[in-house]
Design a protein around this ligand. Structure first.
Ligand code: PMP
Length: 308
């Protein structure tokens, strides 16, 4: 669970470390939700924090900016933004933490943001991450609802980009799911096929086959890719194909993957229990493998870890 910024927290803004309370941006910088961002996790490993797949997240941030036509590459190199993330973890002496790099303009006043008059701004904020012990039921899995909101169409929202405005639908879907007593939502596309959660990719397991929707309709999740690699290594058959909500209802196991959600088992969908409401063996093994990897305790971990 992400916590609130404490007084004196240092954030990186346009190349400088400053106090969170001094990090002001123009009121217009929020306009139209035009911007891109990342969500990255750091984990306490012994004395030093380790940032998981920070180069891959930073590469996605640059791709997102490029897709939206934002000139991030003209001002910054990926190595600068990786270093900014290392610096905010180190200078705030954080261990388990959530990093949020943001790229935005200082003031979009009209619908033509690609103009020379705008200044591109980059911020990196890190907040302590606290495990939510108040919700022990999440260890058994969460309940989700199929949303009444249709997932963003790839020709309207450019789904390869992790863009601020893409999250309007996710926020509406999450609010709807929570108001009906569920923990999260799964969104379907315009044809009724399963896409993803509000901030996570979705997987199902049936008869030793692992299914997940293709990346044409979902965010190309970094955790998704990590988990697909683990599943292949376990000898499981991978099916990156479209499927429908009733495929989820009849699956043996269903789980979400994401930087924040890691591997989150789903025990109930639309009031139907999944696989007897217990965490399934594949989900459990993948979750344990993932937890060991992000903390640097697995053989394949070192290539993905940046020590602070
Ligand atoms: N889909 C959406 C819509 C997301 O917001 C996220 C979280 N970034 C994911 C999937 C999972 O992506 P990742 O594993 O890279 O965090």
């Amino acid at each position: 669970m992400i916590t609130s910024p404490s007084p004196g927290l240092l954030v990186w803004l346009d190349g400088e470390l400053i106090r969170h309370e001094d990090a002001h941006t123009p009121i217009w910088s929020n306009h139209y939700g035009f911007g891109v961002f990342e969500g990255v996790r750091a984990y306490r490993t012994g004395k030093r924090a380790a940032i998981f797949r920070v180069k891959d997240h930073t590469a996605r941030l640059f791709r997102s900016a490029h897709i939206l036509g934002m000139p991030l590459r003209q001002s910054w190199r990926p190595t600068d933004i990786v270093q900014a993330q290392v610096d905010v973890i180190r200078e705030n002496e954080l261990g388990d933490a959530y990093l949020r790099p943001f790229v935005f303009y200082d003031g979009v006043r009209g619908l033509t943001p690609h103009t020379d008059q705008l200044t591109l701004r980059v911020a990196v904020v890190a907040l302590p991450w606290v495990t939510d012990t108040a919700r022990p039921e999440e260890r058994r899995g969460i309940s989700v609802r199929t949303s009444t909101y249709t997932h963003n169409h790839p020709n309207s929202h450019l789904l390869r980009a992790k863009a601020n405005a893409n999250y309007m639908t996710a926020m509406l879907a999450l609010a709807e799911a929570k108001s009906s007593g569920a923990d999260d939502a799964i969104l379907l596309d315009q044809d009724g096929c399963v896409t993803e959660g509000t901030a996570a990719n979705v997987f199902s397991v049936r008869d030793a086959e692992v299914w997940t929707p293709p990346v044409t309709s979902v965010l190309e999740g970094i955790t998704r890719e990590t988990i697909l690699g683990f599943a292949r290594g376990m000898g499981l058959e991978i099916r990156e194909e479209r499927f429908t909500r009733d495929d989820l209802y009849s699956a043996d196991e269903v789980f979400f993957t994401g930087t924040a959600s890691e591997v989150t088992p789903i025990r109930e969908i639309d009031g139907r229990s999944i696989g007897g409401c217990e965490i399934g063996p594949v989900t459990r093994q993948l979750a344990e493998f993932y937890a060991a990897t992000v903390r640097g305790c697995a053989a394949q971990a070192h290539k993905w870890i940046t020590l602070v």
